[in-house]
Design a protein. Sequence first.
Lengths: 159, 1219
Amino acid sequence: MTVHDPLISLHVNGETHRLRLPGSTPLLSVLRNDLGLNGPKFGCGIGECGSCTVLVDGVAARACVLHLADVAGHRVTTLEGLGGPDSLHPVQAAFVETAGAQCGYCLNGMIMTTAALLDANPDPSEDQIREALRFNLCRCGTHVEILAAVRLAAEWRRR
Amino acid sequence: MTLQPQGLTRTDYLTRRGSLAVVKPPAGVVDVAAADPEALEPFVLVDADGTVTAFNGHVDLGTGIRTALAQIVAEELDVGFARVTMVLGDTALTPDQGPTIASETIQITAPALRRAAAQARHALLARAAERLDVPAPELVVEDGVVRRRTTGSGGATGESGADAAAAAGDNRFVTYGELIGDERIVLALAEDVPVKPVSEHRIVGRSQPRVDLPAKATGGLVYVHDVRVPGMLHGRVVRPPYAGVDIGDFVGTSLIAVDESSIAHIPGIVAVVVIGDFVGIVAEREENAEAAMRTLRVAWKPTPKLPDLDDLAGALTRNPSTPRVLLDQGDVDGALAGAAKRMPREYLWPYQMHASIGPSCAVADLSEGRLRAWSGSQNPVWLRADLAKLMDLPEAAVEIVRLEAAGCYGRNCADDVTADAALLARAVGRPVRVQLTRDQEHAWEPKGAAQLMTVDGGLNADGTVAAYDFQTRYPSNASPTLALLLTGKVAAGATVLQMGDRTAIGPYDFANKRVVCHDMAPIVRAAWLRGVSALPNTFAHECYIDELAAEAGVDPIEYRLRYLKDQRARELVQQLAARAEWEPHVGARLREDPDGIRRGRGFAYALYVHSKFPGYGAAWAAWVADVAVDTRTGEVALTKITVGQDSGLMINPDGVRHQIQGNVIQSTSRVLKEEVTFTDVAVASREWGAYPILTFPELPPIDVMMVPRPNDDPLGVGESASVPSAAAIANAVYDATGVRFRELPLTPERVLAGLRAAGVAPPAPAAAASSLPPAARPEKPSRLRTVVWPLVAAAIGAVGSIGVVTLPWRGAIAPIPRPEPSVFSAATIERGRVLAHLGACFVCHTAEGGVPLAGGLRLDTPFGVITTTNITPDVETGIGAWSYPAFERAMREGLHRNGRHLYPAFPYTSYAKTTDADLQALYAFLMSVPAVRHATPAPEFSFPFDQRPLMALWNTMFHKAAPFTPDPTKSELWNRGFYLVEGLGHCSACHTPRNAMGAEESGARRFSGGVAEGWDAPALNRDSRAPVPWDETAFYDYLRTGWSRHHGAAAGPMAPIVAELKVLPDDDIRAMAHYLASLGDAPKAAAEIEALAAAREAAAAARAGTPVSVPGGRMFDGACAVCHEPGKGAALYGTKPSLALVTAVQSDTPDTVLRVMLEGIHPPGLGELGAMPSFADHLSDWQIAEIARYVRGRFAPERAAWTDLEATVARLRAQVRTR
């Protein structure tokens, strides 16, 4: 952070933050370190695994390869912005219900990608669900429960 | 919120009043109430407020063990599940129960916890009996409330004891809290405590939602990655080049020097810490620590070559080993000699990764001689000892606070990073958080060891097994914590871990049987990974018996049962066969669908026997795998997996099911896809493209059969279901194809080669083996890493001969005092500012991280190195003493104020066209910026290019200093565009080829493409290679946003240009686009262009396969496709450009494509584009070359294949590195 850096407005989870940081600062590090959010996780730093997924204007985005300047003026939503422990978003609730996590490190990306998917396509087919999650990696092998969570969330949302 | 209380001590827990604790005292201590609380190991603590805290030395590795342990405690204590909080693996609190390995938490450590909970219940019941004056056997507890049980009724009757008691008129009750009161009750853990019979279980054996998931689903503080402590700094480590190797005298002794000046420009660096081969960086901000890690120049000694790991079996055979006979029964040698059919076989398991989704992370704080480390360790107690040794502290001064981490499935880098954090925290005296990068975790995690299994055996004439002579080779040293080796605390010697013996004996009862484990030191860093050595050993056992069955002419399951004596195993095998509707058969059935897909089914069984030999068994497991094999491509797909498991009593049946499914999916991934690759010195698989794991579209249907055995002891379920995987799948492929695959993974190329070698032909009519053109086929990975340095063949002879001519030295223009900025109007200065951006003055005259316009950027030109000059108005080091005439002369004629010639790297040949008014405005702007004193070095040119006067001649030959005059035959828009593009915009400087003397070529060669800082500057005229033609709209989009739908993103030196153009008004960008479009062919209609683009994209999409059957394609799928495969994966914010339309892919040379992979694309502040990360640290030269080969073949199939790719990557990488 230097005096040369412009003030950048960042809208996260309904709040506006004004940050004096280089526009090239990785969004993930701003969210985690400057805003203290735990939801988005560092997984690879090169956009491959999906652990860091957030929503930008409602669309899934990989926070590790976005820069602060890329999202200035846009709406960023993190896992925390979907819902808290006492106010679970239907997608979060569905993942808890089906135990769609083992270690849970990929869970943020699974939930955020699912939330974006269901907003765009409330009634996805099995193939569409799998395709949407193709580039979200899970190492524990929780795929069966994750797919069940997406189906359940879609069902809840349609009701 | 956290899942687990933090920062409390045993004293905090065990001295509070109003509690009942069950503890294990040290040997010899009898009076536990009077003992030092810190010496007591707590198991269960019941608080008077009704809550229960229970302690276990093991940790939750993401398996849900926290939930299952809480169920056990709640059950035995008769309290509601929600009252129980588990504390796991905190060295300050929990009992020392060893590392969390071998899935033994439930089987081995939980019984003590169960006893402790039962003991607490008995103690409380005894008090209740006294209080209520009712004999204890007549009492019943519900959720910590004790009442009288009515005669004859009990928990098992279905009628609640409490209701019955109330009905009988005795409604007195007492709670645990009332029984404890404000007393401090401490009990020593007893050995003989009656526990509840299974028939009375109400919580154990019923599925319980996992307690950790709500916090995980909402971003609660769960993971060590989320720990933030006051004053915390961020650390990164720089690892040595022998990545993933921890044996040899070079380990810890290879560092030559660290050049701290190389990161001087990065802000907020607190320390660079160097101890032996340990190098770490601490910074105030994480991204700066990361940047410093990637930038720091470190000199290392050459790294010794690894043994040839392409010949893995040879490497394992040649690695020195010590045979250890585990079993020798009957007369093996005699039986082998007399066998009717001798069947020697060799099975090979590759190196594999734990591949945790989150790279390891830790926080450490050393203050007042005490080290506290927040860690995701699998073995906090061992780690405490390691840290004590590393830091020269007593163990008592080290505390490991264990938080969850990404699933590890064995030993990953969790301990390594904790030690790294400790070293950095000590160096800076503040808490430091260290996050490993993806490439570091992949490269350095102790790999699941490769393993070679040889079987000699065979059949007697009657089809019985003559003998079974099994040998296994397992190279590991348990992977000492890395910092101990790097700092030299522990020598990297050839120590050996005896862990190759798991399940080595095998399940079959052969009369003549010998089992030998060859213990050996590691070849590369390797330790335990899920199914440690049992999975490879079982691969051999279960494939071999399948081979025996086929040879004997017997159904494989029936043949197994002839030699399987274990009754529970037999029942499991038979039940699973029934569940899967197994059809007995002999040998390979070679079933083929009409479309040529072969289908097969395979079986395997294992009892996972683990821990120190002879060890003991976890759960029994068996698989029936159904596969489809494409004999054209070699692709193997699992079409169904039926898995059975006997786990004994299942504490949390849903949890068991999830573990089974997780094991099935992970092991399927390992068998089909996973293999660590190596360069000749180090691990090459450093990201998910080169080490792909199973993805959602590949997920097979899984049918889980859980054998109910509630009356048998609970067994470990964390690994068992993995163990039969490889053999079941390989046996299924045999059934489909008749070919035995004894090496893994079953990648398409391995399977295809095996099928062809065995004479299995693709189905008729013969289809192409792959839809990919030959250009995309891989080259064998080269072991040669020789960098071929290009000879700069500058044609300088002509210039040299002119050098003898006497040339004029132009006069100096007198210096002036710096002009007052106030003499220029604000409007003029603002206009000049815009022009300065158009001219890209900032781009060249600003050093990386330097003050704008103060110069200092090094430019490599074919003729030598130029350092750009300071053009701020500093009088001595900048242009403050320059009058306007001096400035104008420089811009138009390329002369310094003092009269010497400037080199045309400064594009005065274009700038000369600028109008007087614009030059004046530019002058005004430059004189108004803050003056910065910054001297820059002179150019480093060699003869004849160091002869500045020669430039006069050059100018006569190549330069016209005339300002712009509009062409009256053209439109105003065209003329404006010409002025901007050809003048200050100086587009031709890069996009026009230069002659031997460095001048832009003219005529038809103008804008026919050039080179900029080693990047292709593509042709903008009719020579354009763009897959669809550029039109005005495309140029406008590209210049305005850095991206065109039909051409991709601005990269390399073009990216900052687009950023500069941001200040230009739309009309000017449109004018530039109009002029640039006029350089090409006659414009096409927008609809026609869109159709062309769509057709190219569709054609490229049609050439994709899943999974793709060449290495470059697979790596593309894992590393690139997420952003470059439109239509695949989720919709992503930003662009998802198809490479089908990218010009660089069409170029004759691969340089730009390779550079983009090495350097990434970093559009500064353009918004919405996203960035492409650099892959330089994640992909090897060979990997980048193979991806490029695939990209060329798939997206530019009509062009010639690129050659010398790997050498080109090496050359470009060296350039990137030295910049």
